[in-house]
Design a protein around this ligand. Structure first.
Ligand code: CTP
Ligand code: MG
Length: 181
């Protein structure tokens, strides 16, 4: 596969994991998951992790996987690159895994005494990738092995922080997010 194909496959395969965080930013609000509880004098997760944001993010990512699955033959044909389809288990795992990774990162950030919204470079950009990939590997092992080859994973690790930073910067400029990261 050419490197362009690897980049196309990497971004396509990760779209159901990319969209949940952005959908959560749009849908966020309402009851925080931790219900306001603290641990060691700090919030368990903080007000930035809500039930509504998590539910909407997971549904949005899963719905996108179903849509991409339907579009797969057309897109593969048009691009001349065979992009993967998404079995249901893979789509749910990528979307839910992305949300859980983001929640786990907030848990770690609060333990490190970082307030809601404080940046932790690296953690903020890759938290959701690691858990989304782990969840997909567990939920759909054969699909995962076929799709996330080592070159694809390498591209995901390089490209994701760049995409994450640029979409967050756009959300910030549009006034949807309080910080540009
Ligand atoms: N959001 C949500 N539920 C989630 C994830 C995000 O409601 N599971 C919404 C919240 O409104 C949150 C916004 O999306 O403020 C931005 O998400 P993120 O940057 O992950 O949260 P932060 O507010 O920066 O908080 P943290 O420091 O815990 O990451
Ligand atoms: Mg944040």
């Amino acid at each position: 596969m050419s490197w362009v194909s690897v980049v196309v496959v990497a971004v396509w395969a990760m779209l159901p994991a990319y969209v949940p965080n952005n959908a959560a930013v749009l849908a966020g609000g309402g009851r925080p998951i931790d219900g306001g509880r603290t641990w060691g004098g700090r919030r368990v997760l903080g007000d930035g992790k809500t039930w509504r944001g998590t539910a909407v993010g997971t549904i949005a990512g899963t719905a996108l996987a179903l849509a991409l699955d339907a579009l797969e033959p057309t897109v593969s044909d048009a691009l001349g690159v065979t992009v993967p389809g998404f079995p249901m288990a893979a789509g749910v795992a990528l979307a839910l895994g992305a949300m859980l990774g983001d929640i786990a990162a907030s848990f770690i950030k609060r333990r490190l005494d970082r307030e809601r919204g404080a940046p932790v470079p690296g953690l903020d950009q890759l938290d959701f990738v690691v858990v989304a990939l782990l969840a997909a590997a567990i939920a759909a092992p054969d699909w995962f092995a076929d799709t996330f080859t080592l070159p694809v994973i390498a591209v995901v690790i390089v490209v994701t922080p760049l995409l994450h930073l640029s979409t967050n910067a756009i959300a910030y400029v549009l006034g949807l997010k309080d910080e540009p990261y």
